[in-house]
Design a binder for this molecule. Structure first.
Ligand SMILES: Cc1cc2nc3c(=O)[nH]c(=O)nc-3n(C[C@H](O)[C@H](O)[C@H](O)COP(=O)(O)OP(=O)(O)OC[C@H]3O[C@@H](n4cnc5c(N)ncnc54)[C@H](O)[C@@H]3O)c2cc1C
Length: 400
């Protein structure tokens, strides 16, 4: 490792911090990645990879490994709980626009494991676990982090720049005084993973299906080994009640009745927020991923958008590292904040509105809009370009 100030410090080894670190070292910039926990998260979190994310990961030599470990989905659907398919979107219309014209369903931990391997094998990369950043600061030449080791000892790190990828409760965001305004979605999101074969029980079901209903919308997402069922849940219920096996069973039986009890392999319930940090850049300190923006998971844009942040940030930081003015980073904030607000948040909220519309006229209007889009090839492709997050990346050039 070079002089300790000649590195970029990255706080938080989720998918975004790992991509940022791997991208930095692939550009010849030494990086230290500091992670609070002992190991990388292994639980089921995001599972959708959009095509441009795979294009980026391909540059690190990781995309093909993921594709081998995931489920290629060439279509996805909006459905109605009572009336079945409303619109089936064809991601292969992206042929020629990307090397990966499909959505990949693959568990987030498979990505983080591959990136960890990449970083640990690289002489310029270092992953430091069991070390929780508590305070960060900077002057006009360097940055520092004060972190607590698991044994209670305090360790200081120094670097030239710092990237905060420490998730939704980011201490880096708080340290730079960024606000995190927005809203909390009223319902709790319950995600149940089961080995039940929904593809056999529901005719013409795509591997990714957003299912609207005025009383209880849901999402069915398939991975290689399981189906995940996402259900909105009453926030007045306690976590114990929501997670109780008999209540989970009732909810799954209401989706598709089964004579055998459901085997639930994994369950999580979480509150969902829609928030964007008031700034992503403060001097030599930058935010990316959930530390900078969080949104509902409808459309699978959280992790993907965070990875797109990391790639954009590192591209600009590489220029600054080699002598471009620090102000270059301002464009990172202008470009990626705009995407978080105008694309990710807007689309995620629209997806929720389509799913949970209660008014019959409004529901029919949404359904006709979706049917009309898939019946017109140009509109269909435009929609798929947008939902695959390609449009938001191409439009970045227009932002100075
Ligand atoms: C429990 C859970 C379930 C989810 N389920 C879904 C889902 O079903 N679908 C979906 O699309 N998205 C889901 N998400 C969201 C998705 O996982 C995130 O959008 C994605 O992980 C963002 O990546 P990130 O690297 O920005 O942040 P994170 O993945 O949150 O990573 C942040 C990392 O920083 C570390 N850290 C935090 N504070 C410090 C500190 N002070 N010092 C050092 N390290 C620190 C954390 O331990 C963590 O490893 C889920 C998230 C969570 C937390």
């Amino acid at each position: 490792m070079p002089d300790e100030r000649d590195v970029v410090l990255v706080i938080g080894a989720g998918p975004v911090g790992l991509v940022a670190t791997a991208s930095l070292i692939s550009h010849g910039i030494p990086a230290k990645l500091i992670e609070a926990t002992e190991d990388l998260a292994q639980d089921l979190r995001a599972s959708t990879f959009h095509p441009p994310t795979l294009d980026f990961l391909n540059k690190l030599g990781i995309a093909k490994k993921l594709v081998e470990q995931g489920l290629i989905c060439r279509t996805w659907q909006f459905r109605d709980r009572k009336n079945g398919t409303i619109a089936t979107f064809d991601v292969s219309l992206l042929e020629g626009e990307t090397d990966f014209p499909f959505r990949l369903q693959c568990e987030q931990w498979k990505l983080t494991a591959a990136l960890r391997d990449y970083i640990e094998k690289h002489p310029d990369g270092e992953l430091i676990t069991n070390t929780k950043a508590e305070m960060v600061g900077q002057n006009d030449k360097s940055v520092w982090v004060s972190a607590k080791k698991v044994d209670g000892s305090v360790k200081k790190f120094k670097g030239r720049f710092l990237i905060g990828t420490d998730g939704a409760r980011s201490i880096v965001r708080k340290s730079i005084g960024a606000k995190f305004d927005g809203m909390t979605i009223p319902e709790i999101f319950l995600v149940l993973s089961t080995n039940f074969h929904y593809e056999k029980a529901i005719s013409d079901l795509a591997n990714i299906a957003y299912i609207s209903d005025p009383n209880e919308w849901l999402v069915l997402l398939r991975t290689l080994s399981l189906w995940r069922v996402l259900l909105p849940t009453n926030p007045d219920h306690t976590e114990d009640f929501i997670m109780a096996p008999e209540n989970v069973e009732k909810r799954l039986q209401a989706v598709v009745p089964s004579s055998a009890p459901y085997e639930v392999v994994h369950k999580t319930a979480y509150k969902v927020h829609e928030r964007v940090a008031s700034k992503y850049v403060e001097g030599r300190i930058f935010l990316a991923g959930d530390a900078a923006h969080i949104n509902n998971p409808l459309g699978g844009m959280g992790m993907n958008g965070g990875i797109h942040d990391a790639v954009n940030l590192v591209e600009k930081l590489t220029k600054v590292w080699h002598g471009a003015p620090l102000e270059t980073m301002g464009r990172y904030e202008r470009q990626r904040r705009k995407v978080a607000i105008e694309t990710v948040q807007t689309q995620a909220l629209k997806n929720r509105a389509i799913l949970n519309a209660k008014d019959a006229t409004q529901r029919l209007a949404y359904h006709s809009e979706l049917r009309e889009i898939v019946s017109d090839r140009k509109k269909h492709k435009e929609y798929v370009m947008k939902s695959a997050m390609i449009t938001s990346l191409r439009e970045l050039e227009k932002v100075d």
